[in-house]
Design a protein around this ligand. Structure first.
Ligand SMILES: [Zn+2]
Length: 569
């Protein structure tokens, strides 16, 4: 491809609306343009990257016995009413009406459509297992689309659905997909981790996320260096120990604490560590109040709490609501003698000996509070966020934490959809059984953005070789120099002959502009053809990732490029 022919409008300045690196660089380097809020046009450079990711995904899905098809983007409301999701999916569901006033939605996911298809076409155990997938646009009406392709309203996804006759079959399909996903992200050249995840609104009972590691990522994960354990912090299990297990419980007493409200203030005032304090927070679960008690140095894990309460909506109660419900202002709350609000006690907090809590009385706290001597709980459980320094639930080593971007997720759905939509088959004994399902997604456009978040420097993108729009850029220093242009075209043709994806920057621009664009767009290898080429018969090959540069005789250029590509530079 000639750079003069490809439609790549690059920008000198960082667009004002772009908050994160991938958004900025994909706009600046001419990979995409905004159409409207959260909706993007993918330009030819971006299209090349996306096609490469799609090719890798398709190869791995097909290897794992997946069969590709196209499902409709427009889905009738009836199917969503049948599955029970029409009213609970929330405002992210893009709803529309046709001219006959019938309700539809733009598919954010395709469980309903595919379950409906399979239940009509599959009737015998002999037709299972079945793994069907598609790569297609998906829609989510985000309240606040931002971060470019990270949280857009239209995006490209691969979604695969597995149908098995029983749990054992699902285990096999799930493992196949887990392995296929591992291969996909390895082949894309990305650093990633599969982590245990919460299965959230989609339902089901087991799930892993594939997280591309990047400091800017929204997902926080914990992982163990000593074993394979890794989990999203939303999901990570707490391993709890008392901080002073041998201390003797002292007699509980009330102390005056004028104007002391926060954990830090009480900790300073009474000279106790935050771990010794108990923090009481009031939430509204579908409107009903619950008090959650965690240690003063911990945060409540709202996902775990929501799952335990099995509620649709969970929100922290406002200060005035807390006062109205309990008769006590927020800073003075505590579990001892708390009236009218059930207490959910984090297990770790229950182990605190001689704890400090609000006394449910303005400007007073209780010291030497011990569970269960001094207060009761409706439920003891795991309600806190796990972080770096916590113990690994598998091997007890210390966990580390990292941030990343979720690019794929695999779920065991079980019979949630097949029961709701009556998708059954007849087994070899003539018995009707529900199909056992799994679903497996990869964000294709998100993977492109995540690759940029993980691979860039101050000059631009550094594409992993496998998904770079072109592997090699040839940059002649001067377009006016006929000998240089002749040498550049000769290398260009030779590389094309060997099947290498190469772009020749034949634009009538200064060398500095061409070098800057090559760095911004992020070609893994750059070949500079200059005066030396004409005089000495050599070119410079530069590796974008680490900046190493080598001078190579013209007759060895193709071989050197092949070697670097094979090494994965
Ligand atoms: Zn471990």
């Amino acid at each position: 491809m000639l750079a003069s022919k490809i439609f790549t409008p690059t920008l000198r300045d960082v667009p004002a609306e772009a908050e994160i690196v991938s958004h900025q660089l994909l706009l600046r380097a001419g990979f995409m343009r905004k159409s409207t809020a959260g909706v993007y046009t993918i330009l030819p450079m971006g299209h090349r990257v996306i096609n490469k990711i799609i090719k890798i995904v398709e190869e791995e899905m097909n290897k794992a016995d997946g069969q590709e098809l196209y499902l409709p983007i427009i889905q009738p409301a009836e199917l969503w009413l049948e599955s029970g999701r029409w009213h609970v999916y929330g405002p992210e569901l893009f709803k529309l009406k046709d001219r006959h006033n019938r309700d539809f939605c733009l598919g954010p996911t395709h469980e309903e459509i595919i379950t409906d298809l399979v239940k009509k076409e599959v009737s015998s155990y002999k037709q299972l297992p079945l793994l069907l997938y598609q790569i297609q646009n998906k829609y989510r009406d985000e309240r606040r689309p931002r971060f470019g392709l990270m949280r857009s309203r239209e995006f490209i996804m691969k979604d695969l659905y597995s149908f098995d006759r029983d749990e054992e079959g699902l285990d096999i399909s799930y493992q196949k997909m887990f392995d296929a996903y591992t291969n996909v992200f390895k082949r894309c050249g990305l650093k990633f981790r599969p982590v245990e995840a919460d299965s959230g609104a989609i339902g089901g009972n087991r799930s892993h996320e594939f997280v591309v590691l990047a400091g800017s990522g929204e997902a926080e994960i914990v992982y163990c260096e000593s074993c394979d354990y890794a989990a999203n912090v939303e999901r990570a299990e707490a391993v709890n120990a008392g901080i002073n297990p041998d201390a003797n419980p002292e007699k509980m007493s009330k102390v005056a604490t004028p104007n002391i409200k926060t954990i830090q203030e009480i900790s300073d005032f009474l000279q106790v560590s935050p771990e010794q304090c108990l923090k009481t927070l009031v939430y509204l679960a579908d409107g009903k109040p619950v008090a959650v008690v965690v240690r003063g140095d911990r945060e409540v894990n709202e996902i775990k709490l929501k799952n335990k309460l099995d509620c649709l909506e969970l929100e922290l109660a406002r200060d005035d609501a807390v006062l109205e419900l309990s008769g006590v202002p927020v800073g003075s709350l505590g579990p001892v003698g708390l009236k009218g609000i059930p207490v959910y006690l984090d297990e770790e907090a229950s182990l605190v000996v001689n704890g400090v809590t609000g006394a449910n009385e303005v400007d007073h706290h209780l010291i030497n509070v011990n569970y269960p001597r001094d207060y009761q709980a409706q439920l003891i459980g795991d309600f806190r966020l796990v972080g770096a320094g916590d113990k690994c639930p598998v091997c007890q080593a210390e966990l580390s934490s990292a941030r990343g971007i979720e690019v794929g997720q695999v779920f065991k759905l079980g019979t949630k959809y097949s029961e709701a939509m009556d998708a059954t088959f007849v087994d070899e004994h003539g018995q009707r059984q529900y199909m056992v399902m799994g679903c497996y997604g990869i964000g294709i456009t998100r993977t492109m953005a995540a690759a940029v978040e993980q691979n860039y420097d101050e000059n631009g993108i550094i594409w992993p070789l496998a998904i770079a729009p072109f592997q090699v850029a040839i940059v002649p220093v001067s377009n006016k120099d006929e000998a240089q242009m002749k040498a550049a075209f000769s290398i260009y043709r030779e590389l094309l002959k060997r099947g290498i994806e190469v772009i020749l920057d034949d634009r009538d621009e200064r060398a500095g502009v061409k070098f800057a664009d090559a760095d911004l767009i992020g070609y893994p290898l750059r070949i500079t053809v200059g005066k030396k080429t004409v005089k000495e018969g050599t070119v410079d090959i530069r590796v974008r990732r680490d900046g190493t540069e080598m001078t190579v005789p013209l007759e060895q250029v193709e071989q050197e490029v092949m070697t670097l590509i094979e090494r994965g530079k």
